[in-house]
Ligand binder design. Sequence first.
Ligand code: RAM
Length: 334
Amino acid sequence: MRKFFTLFLAALLVLSAVPTMAEEPITIGVVYKQTGNPFFQAAVSGFEEAAGELGFEFIHNGPADSSNEGQIQIIEGYIQQEVDAIAISANDAAGVVSVLQTAMDAGIKVVSWDSAVNPEGRNLNIDPSVAENIGRVLVEEIAAQIGGEGQIAILSAGATMDNQNTWIAYMQEELAKEEYAGIELVTIVYGDDLTDKSYQEMQGLIDSYPDLKGVVSPTTVGIAAAATCIQDNGLTGQIKLTGLGLPSEMAEYITAGVCEGMYLWNPIDLGYCAAYACVALVDGEIEGAIGETFEAGRLGAIEIRDDGNGNPFSVVGDPYRFTAENIDEWKDVY
Ligand code: RAM
């Protein structure tokens, strides 16, 4: 009887061990535009938060030089490591399609977030905010700052980055309206989301356009570099500045009056939401089809919508305006 009992216990132990062995945690490979950008560090903390709630593992990396080639190499590494999902903010919307198709053929789910991959290279795209709104508020902001008249320029990130390109297209649409007839967009320059290059491009604008009244930089790297450059040139208040900035990087320039107002959404929430989307896809809760919904923890249910061209995408939140009045509340958050 005792022997039987021991055998019974042993069998129970083996049986209870089986599901634990079968349940390997999901692994997500996160790719961002570049290392050293606090925007992506904040997004990674969103992945961390979601990992604590869902129990997945993740690795994260980006090229130091914001290159497409660098991202391809990282993705190839993730395919070899047999990750379950890849979550990417792309430097080149078309440039990573082929390698991501290889990933999807190997059964890996692909979510683009922040900066989209072309539809044929991903299962789902997560936008931080409605792109059209971003374009509109940035034009409204610069128009108000320069008093509705004069030359403006755009200091963007990389020329192949889908998020900035989409926002700029909407800005141009907005600028074409009658109410902005007094504003001339003189040029768009690209700092590639590298601080030094962005600073040089801003210096180039100052040197080439002596009548420049304002700059819109829809990138956290660009706006911070532009602010430093404007201040270094002693042009605070003469060249107005707005765009998308991180409160932690821009607080001193907002307080100093270099930038009277700028926008951003919560990058932590963006990473958090992308993580939940990856897990929902890997678990088979969603396929990434229009009309589906996934639960994203403290953000609640997120809908998968039509981007207007029949491609599925989701939106996380609204752009928030930062000024001297509220920047102190946010500068230690992200
Ligand atoms: C930079 C990156 C990122 C963008 C933000 C606003 O950090 O270009 O992709 O979303 O700015």
